[in-house]
Design a protein around this ligand. Structure first.
Ligand SMILES: NC(=O)c1ccc[n+]([C@@H]2O[C@H](COP(=O)([O-])OP(=O)(O)OC[C@H]3O[C@@H](n4cnc5c(N)ncnc54)[C@H](O)[C@@H]3O)[C@@H](O)[C@H]2O)c1
Ligand SMILES: [Fe+2]
Length: 355
């Protein structure tokens, strides 16, 4: 069966287009006392962008902290805060930030209309009710969270997305100027998330012409950004992220992401750098891409931590393997339907201990 997936319905792209947000939201402000919920990465709390947020007197602005990757408890807490703010739901939820903030915005827009805890919905197609209208505005390019069908959350038991057609943003605003202040290392790690999405998709068994068309474009743009550079790199990286996200919509990621989820859940290692740490050790599976990745690291003067898991407790290592093994579609995409025969717990342990 081929997936019948929903896509973002409205997209605006271009330098300075953030200033059109007010006009976009005005069309959704239908009831006089209704409000919009703005969820903004707190890195912007003292920035010039703060003054450009089209906030009305009745709106709710929450500064989101992403020092740790999004947790289901944080999503539940902010959802409750929004419900307590007013007698009714917001007319829109607007997430402004990197992948973490966009995921928090997606998750809250879903949890405002679905009962219980966000942890109850980690999985595939568990959401029953449509979300509140939600808008994604990336300030960091690479994750593809602006176009994907998932919001990745760390729950009590696992790191897993809420995957559904309802998760997809209704509107995205792609303004490359918003990414200009990202620190160089973060820019590299999140950019590599996009590169790795395409590597894993293009080398996977789920690949089809749809995924290939997007994945190849995304990887070409990453090469231009990280090997050549240039003044329009922010624009290219924003489109690479979009294309990379579209590519995996109709395929899947692979071994690197499965291992990175374990690193993140057990050790709190952030997604972008976690992917880089994992890819560095996956020559056996993605050899050409690993050597290209090393050239990009060299060009960008990036060094990765070594021997990260040398002294890890057995319990933690076992939990990491459990988390990685939960991601069955990723392993199947990478290694085919008989993946369990080759990717044993022992093999995963060996890969982790090489990091
Ligand atoms: N939903 C999806 O499809 C999807 C896909 C991949 C990853 N993810 C998730 O995305 C998260 C990672 O997102 P990310 O790599 O974009 O990073 P992030 O959102 O976690 O942000 C990383 C750091 O960059 C800062 N930052 C963001 N924009 C900035 C700017 N313009 N200037 C200066 N600093 C800025 C943040 O404050 C933070 O300190 C993970 O939680 C991961 O699980 C989601
Ligand atoms: Fe990713």
């Amino acid at each position: 069966m081929n997936r019948n997936f929903k896509n973002v319905s409205h997209i605006i792209f271009g330098r300075g287009c953030f200033d059109q947000l007010d006009e976009i939201l005005a069309k959704k402000r239908q009831v006089l006392d209704s409000f919009m919920l703005f969820l903004v990465d707190d890195v912007f709390s003292q920035s010039a962008l703060r003054e450009r947020i089209p906030l009305k007197a009745q709106d709710l602005l929450i500064w989101v902290n992403v020092d740790e990757e999004p947790k289901t408890v944080y999503v539940d807490e902010l959802t409750q805060r929004t419900k307590d703010f007013s007698g009714h739901l917001p007319e829109g939820v607007i997430g402004i930030g990197g992948g973490s903030t966009m995921d928090i915005a997606k998750a809250i827009s879903l949890m405002l209309t679905n009962p219980g805890s966000s942890a109850d919905y980690q999985g595939w197609d568990l959401i029953k009710n449509p979300a509140v209208y939600h808008v994604g505005i990336p300030t960091l390019s690479g994750t593809g969270a602006e176009v994907s069908h998932t919001t990745v959350l760390n729950g009590p038991e696992k790191k897993l997305g809420i995957n559904s057609n309802y998760t997809v943003f209704d509107q995205i605003l792609l303004d490359p100027e918003l990414t200009s202040g990202v620190p160089a290392e973060q820019h590299f790690y999140t950019g590599m998330d996009c590169y790795i999405h395409s590597v894993e998709s293009l080398n996977g068994t789920y690949l089809n012409a749809f995924a290939r068309s997007y994945g190849e474009k995304a990887i070409d743009l990453c090469r231009e950004v990280f090997l050549d550079g240039g003044s329009d790199s922010d624009d290219k990286m924003m489109m690479a992220s979009y294309f990379g996200g579209m590519g995996i919509t109709y395929s899947q990621v692979g071994i690197c992401h499965a291992l990175s989820y374990g690193l993140s859940f057990v050790l709190g290692i952030h997604h972008g750098i976690g992917n880089c740490i994992a890819l560095h050790c996956l020559e056996e599976y993605y050899s050409e891409s690993v050597s290209e990745f090393h050239s990009m690291m060299e060009k960008r003067e990036i060094t990765l931590p070594q021997n990260l898991l040398a002294d890890i407790d057995t319990d933690k290592l076992e939990k990491m393997i459990d988390v990685a093994l939960l991601l069955e579609p990723l392993w199947e995409n990478a290694l085919g339907t008989n993946w369990r025969r080759v990717m044993t717990r022992e093999k995963i342990k060996e890969l982790y201990l090489g990091m």
